[in-house]
Design a protein. Structure first.
Length: 205
């Protein structure tokens, strides 16, 4: 009888040891096993607290969701996190961009940075079209690309208007002024290269 109890105890210890070994494959954090995170098969890093296994459930830091394209807002008073899922929102944003005259949203790698690009065929001239173009930039902010670019085509000539998403977001939040925003636009093309008429660039922002 004693031999059976000892044998069962050893089997139990080995089983627990196996679980701990497997659970600690990526190390531990404050006594909890770390969980490795990948996005499309590629490992992603998290800021601060890592992903952990907590009593059988995987707990992810918010920074991991951001890496996966899910944005969020945190209300400290209500202790509430509001998630804004990726994918479904992009469809709605694309529809909004099309309704403003753009041809949709393309995400592309430009010089190593993910850029949200919209082609906008000229309708009434840049002065009048700028209202809708500016609205398109507002729609592109939640996409989360590093840069936003509108290619304004007029008489088969392409003119590029670009800005860093974080800079435009600062303007929307009121942390930089309109004058400061004016200095951050990146423009190119015949529309902006004409030294005789600089009124077009004044409409930016």
């Amino acid at each position: 009888m004693k031999k059976k109890i000892i044998l069962l105890t050893l089997i139990g210890l080995l089983a627990v040891g196996g679980v701990v070994s497997a659970a600690s494959l990526w190390g531990t954090y404050k006594g909890y096993a770390k969980v490795r995170l990948t996005l499309g098969g590629q490992a992603i890093a998290t800021q601060g607290t890592p992903a952990i296994n907590f009593q059988g459930s995987t707990m992810l830091p918010l920074s991991a969701l951001k890496s996966a394209g899910v944005t969020y807002t945190y209300d400290a008073k209500k202790q509430t996190v509001d998630l804004k899922p990726a994918g479904a929102n992009l469809v709605k944003l694309t529809e909004d961009v099309i309704s403003l005259g753009g041809d949709g949203i393309s995400l592309t790698d430009i010089e190593g940075d993910v850029t949200a690009v919209v082609y906008y065929p000229a309708l009434y001239g840049f002065d009048d079209d700028w209202t809708d173009v500016d609205q398109i930039f507002k729609k592109l902010v939640p996409v989360g690309a590093v840069y936003m670019r509108v290619v304004y085509t007029d008489d088969d000539e392409e003119n590029t208007i670009e800005i860093k998403t974080s800079d435009y977001d600062k303007f929307l939040k009121g942390t930089i002024t309109d004058d400061q925003l004016q200095q951050l636009w990146i423009t190119s093309g015949p529309l902006f290269d004409n030294p005789v008429d600089s009124s077009d660039t004044e409409n930016l922002g």
